[in-house]
Design a protein around this ligand. Structure first.
Ligand SMILES: [Zn+2]
Length: 219
C-alpha cells in the first residue's frame, strides 16, 4: 500500500451491480466531499457530441454498439481528470470494467499524483439484485423508483418507463453475470493494491450511507 499525505483529496472508484443502490450512494459522496464525478459512459456520450475528429470517431463506435478500445477510454478519462483541480477529490463510476483498464487507471492515477484511492464496493447478492431489478421503474430523467405501478415520476413528474433489461429475467441474469465475470476480477485487482472497501448493500439506504461514511472516515 502506498502512503499519501493526509490532506490529499480522496479518489473513490465506485463499484456495485445494477440494483445495488450505487447511484444514490455516489450522490451522497459527491455532496459530502464535493467530489468531481468522472463517469465512464457519460464521457463517451459527451465526446460523441463534439464536432472534433475524435468526437466523430467516438460517435461512430458508440452508435455501432461496440466498445471503445481501452486506450481511447483511458484518454477520455485522463482528459477529464486533468481538468479537475488537484485539490478536489474524484468519484469514478462506470470505469474500469476490466482488469486491463484497472491497471491503466492505477498507473495513470499514480502518474497524476492521486494516491489516496479507495475502491468502494457496494455488495448485494444475486438473488436480492434480481428481486430489486424486477421491482423497479425508471423515469425518463433517470430517477430509479421502487415499484412498477408509476405513471408519473413522484420526483419530477416525468414519464416513467419500464426498461426491457429490467423486466426480462434473462437480461437481468446477463447483467449480473457480466458483473461477476468482468467487474469482480477488476475489484480483485484493486484488492491486491489495498484499495478495496466493502459495504453491505442489503441494508436501508441510510444504513448503507452510514457504513460508507464510517469506513471512509467521513465525518
Ligand atoms: Zn424523475
Amino acid at each position: 500500500m502506498e502512503s499519501h499525505a493526509k490532506d490529499e483529496p480522496l479518489t473513490v472508484i465506485l463499484f456495485g451491480s445494477a440494483g445495488s443502490g450505487k447511484g444514490t450512494q455516489g450522490d451522497f459522496l459527491l455532496k459530502a466531499l464535493n467530489l468531481e464525478k468522472v463517469e465512464g459512459g457519460e464521457l463517451v456520450r459527451e465526446k460523441a457530441k463534439e464536432g472534433s475528429e475524435l468526437g466523430r470517431h467516438v460517435k461512430e463506435v458508440h452508435e455501432s454498439g461496440k466498445y471503445l478500445p481501452d486506450e481511447e477510454i483511458l484518454h477520455l478519462v485522463e482528459e477529464k481528470i486533468i481538468s479537475v483541480p488537484s485539490y478536489r477529490g474524484l468519484l469514478i463510476d462506470g470505469y474500469p470494467r476490466r482488469v486491463g483498464q484497472a491497471r491503466q487507471l492505477e498507473e495513470m492515477l499514480r502518474r497524476l499524483g492521486r494516491t489516496n484511492v479507495k475502491a468502494l464496493v457496494i455488495e448485494v447478492q444475486g438473488e436480492e439484485l434480481k428481486r430489486r431489478l424486477l421491482n423497479r421503474s425508471v423515469c425518463v430523467n433517470g430517477h430509479i423508483l421502487i415499484g412498477r405501478n408509476f405513471t408519473r415520476c413522484p420526483i419530477d413528474g416525468a414519464a416513467v418507463e419500464v426498461r426491457d433489461y429490467d423486466t426480462n429475467e434473462q437480461a437481468i441474469m446477463k447483467r449480473i453475470q457480466f458483473y461477476q465475470e468482468e467487474v469482480v476480477p477488476t475489484i480483485e485487482y484493486f484488492r491486491t493494491k489495498g484499495w478495496v472497501v466493502e459495504v453491505n448493500g442489503e441494508q436501508s439506504v441510510e444504513e448503507v450511507r452510514k457504513e460508507i461514511f464510517k469506513k471512509l472516515s467521513i465525518t
